[in-house]
Design a protein around this ligand. Structure first.
Ligand code: PML
Length: 239
């Protein structure tokens, strides 16, 4: 079977407004390209990139999803830090970088990709403005997963974020991830561990335009290998 990656990104006045990715069979390309092109509400520039995948890998199962409702984003972040601490991340280190994400990690602006922080508290991504981006990931049966998650009250964004987090945490050197959306109206965020995607609602203050991701890695992490795995290797998640 021939698989293709379809990546869409849209911007408005030079600002990124929407992005999505699918890995699909050749015969599904027309449908998927059309769907993705209709996804952003407003834009003045939209790119769709289609690339053939030569080497496709599989992940058996996505992370388990658990929702934690809290009274406000401050409380949400306390819960997030506790989960991170249970994964071996120092409290002070977790708090420092979480604060940075909430304030815009590049001089008050969002990074394009994720920050990588090791357990000693050092930032180890190669480019601190760009960060690292988890790409080339999808569910083998996206429709079924989406229906299942929507039944449980989750959103389309949960589906996309769950796929990304499942790939990210599947790397042996990555121990946990923290994420808040850069959409000012979307306040549910998550912390992912090796087994579980904890949706924390809310995890950021309503109307905050800052957002991003932090990947916490072992001190011995092979950074080159993490880039190669997250940015170049293609995976489908079976369920
Ligand atoms: C994003 O879209 O930028 C992040 C999405 C976070 C999804 C949280 C959830 O609803 O599970």
């Amino acid at each position: 079977k021939e698989y293709f990656s379809v990546k869409m990104r849209a911007s408005l006045q030079g600002r990124h407004v929407s992005g999505a990715e699918r890995i699909v069979l050749k015969e599904d390309l027309p449908t998927v390209i059309s769907q993705l092109s209709q996804r952003p509400k407003e834009y003045d520039s939209l790119n769709i990139k289609v690339e053939k995948i030569n080497d496709l890998n599989y992940i058996e199962k996505s992370l388990n999803v658990k929702t934690i409702n809290v009274k406000d984003w401050i409380e949400g972040n306390k819960v997030a830090v506790e989960i991170l601490q249970n994964q071996g991340v120092d409290k002070k280190i977790a708090e420092k970088y979480i604060n940075l994400i909430h304030q815009g990690a590049v001089n008050g602006e969002n990074m394009r990709g994720a920050m990588i922080v090791n357990l000693s508290g050092e930032r180890v991504e190669k480019d601190k403005t760009r960060g690292i981006r988890t790409v080339n990931i999808d569910f083998e049966d996206r429709k079924a997963i989406t229906e299942l998650l929507k039944e449980k009250g989750y959103t389309e964004r949960t589906v996309d974020a769950l796929a990304l987090a499942t790939k990210t945490l599947n790397h042996p050197d990555i121990v946990a991830e923290y994420c808040i959306s850069d959409d000012p109206s979307y306040t549910t965020g998550y912390v992912a561990t090796k087994t579980t995607y904890y949706r924390i609602n809310p995890l950021k203050q309503l109307s905050n335009e800052k957002g991003g991701r932090i990947y916490f890695v072992k001190d011995t992490a092979n950074i080159e290998d993490i880039y190669q795995y997250l940015e170049s290797e293609a995976f489908l998640i079976k369920q």
